[in-house]
Design a protein around this ligand. Structure first.
Ligand code: ADP
Ligand code: ZN
Length: 424
């Protein structure tokens, strides 16, 4: 589609979207009324700048389903991702939303060269996260064979990769490197495998990691980007040019803003990615602030696709950590710690990557009256915290109990996260 046709299509879809949320989502009606806006004020895609932003805090304030634009009876699937504090972020999909999601994933797979003849193993987590089920249905929709391996079965995974002649794999880039190491440990050569394509996303990675993965797994590695608030994986994807990820712009309208001022930046400038769901009907969002830092790329890609590209995700404008593909906010850890009276509000998160696996160590100070020489009671306390963290964060953290007043104190803003991972 030419850029002009695409802009017209985006404009028509935006008008419909604004009509939908104005009449069906009180949150947006109120926000538009505050700005003195009615749906008729939105005529072309360029009018999008008049509309209000949406943030993760808005999702939290409307927890669990206050942002739906349809009755719950129209929602056929729910996913949840990490919220910044206690409650998770809930997203709901109508049947039509799921059709679109499948379609964009199938497009991504096609861009990577995956066809119905392929067998694709999905090593993203299945369940409340969008990665597993999102990729799964897209692969089926394309007509390829899906192997729902999920996370944490590496030995069986390797066996199935070999025995079934699996040709493509979808997982986090760090898991791909971990898998490569496990293959070496088990004496499996890449010549025993038939992998030719990797679909990697859910966390930041680099060009160097791409080369490593391609070499170690003997495949071509492509980026896939997404977030549950907008849809899940498939919002953007690379093509065989491997030069930026194409946004499925007929469904997700991108803007880049200055994250401090909210000002929209021209193409080419780095800032925060903002996305509007042009076609979603379950939980459509206007100008959602992703907090992901990137830049839109000018020009048309050599592959011929006319939809715009963004560069690799360069970082975050908030403090969210991505640990083994799972979003973790330091505030969530703090909430869990403060639920337990034995702990002082003094803690430190140390993140590292050992053998391509992310590790989270949480050092937390005991209150003086809870500190004891009784090892049994200290171990039991640590276990309680580990379990509680596991149920809230969905990841295993290593907890280190610290003596009262042992962690460094700072005057201004306290340094609570040490991220030792170097993505080179
Ligand atoms: P997912 O299950 O895809 O990780 P979440 O909603 O849990 O979805 O997390 C979305 C966040 O993950 C994004 O905002 C971004 O920070 C990060 N992310 C997802 N895909 C990529 C990618 N390809 N490159 C860098 N970061 C990514
Ligand atoms: Zn391209």
């Amino acid at each position: 589609m030419s850029r002009d046709e695409l802009h017209n299509l985006q404009g028509r879809r935006l008008r419909k979207l604004v009509d939908l949320v104005y009449h069906n989502t009180p949150f947006y009606r109120h926000k538009m009324q505050e700005l003195d806006l009615v749906p008729d004020d939105i005529r072309t895609i360029d009018d999008i700048v008049k509309l209000p932003f949406t943030t993760k805090a808005d999702l939290r304030d409307n927890y669990p389903v206050g942002l739906l634009a349809t009755p719950m009876s129209e929602i056929v699937r729910v996913h949840a991702s990490s919220g910044t504090t206690g409650s998770p972020t809930i997203v709901g999909y109508t049947h039509r939303d799921l059709e679109i999601w499948k379609e964009v994933i199938a497009r991504a797979l096609t861009a990577y060269g995956v066809t119905r003849g392929d067998i694709v193993s999905v090593g993203y987590g299945y369940g409340l996260f969008t990665g597993g089920l999102g990729a799964h249905y897209g692969i089926e929709h394309l007509g390829a064979t899906v192997l729902p391996t999920s996370t944490g079965n590496t030995e069986k995974h390797i066996r199935l990769l070999r025995d079934l002649n699996v040709t493509a794999i979808a997982c986090t880039p760090s898991y791909a490197l971990y898998l490569a190491e496990m293959l070496r440990n088990q004496g499996v050569s890449i010549n025993d495998l038939k992998l030719h394509t990797g679909v990697f996303g859910a966390e930041p990675w680099t060009e160097n990691m791409r080369h490593e993965i391609e070499e170690q797994l003997g495949l071509k590695a492509y980026n896939i980007y997404g977030l549950s608030e907008i849809m899940g994986p498939g919002v953007a994807y690379e093509c065989n040019c491997k030069n930026g990820s194409h946004i499925a712009e007929d469904h997700f309208y991108p803007e880049i803003i200055n994250s401090e001022t909210g000002e929209v930046l021209p193409i080419g400038q780095e800032g925060e990615l903002v996305l509007t769901t042009l076609t979603k009907t379950g939980m459509p969002l206007l100008r959602y602030r992703t907090k992901d830092l990137t830049a839109l790329m000018p020009g048309i890609c050599d592959c011929g696709r006319t939809n715009i590209r963004f560069t690799r995700i360069l970082g975050r404008s908030d403090d969210m950590l991505i640990i083994r593909g799972i979003n973790v906010f330091p505030s969530q850890v703090e909430n869990v710690i403060l639920e337990m009276p034995e702990f002082a509000p003094c803690y430190m998160l140390v993140v590292d990557r050992k053998k391509n696996m992310d590790m989270l160590e949480i050092q937390v100070e005991l209150r003086p009256d809870s500190f004891s020489d009784d090892i049994g009671s200290m171990l039991a306390l640590r276990k309680r915290l580990v379990e509680r963290l596991k149920s809230v964060l969905s990841i295993n953290a290593e907890v280190k109990l610290m003596e009262p007043n042992s962690l460094p104190r700072s005057e201004g803003k306290s340094m609570r996260v040490i991220d030792k991972r170097v993505l080179v």
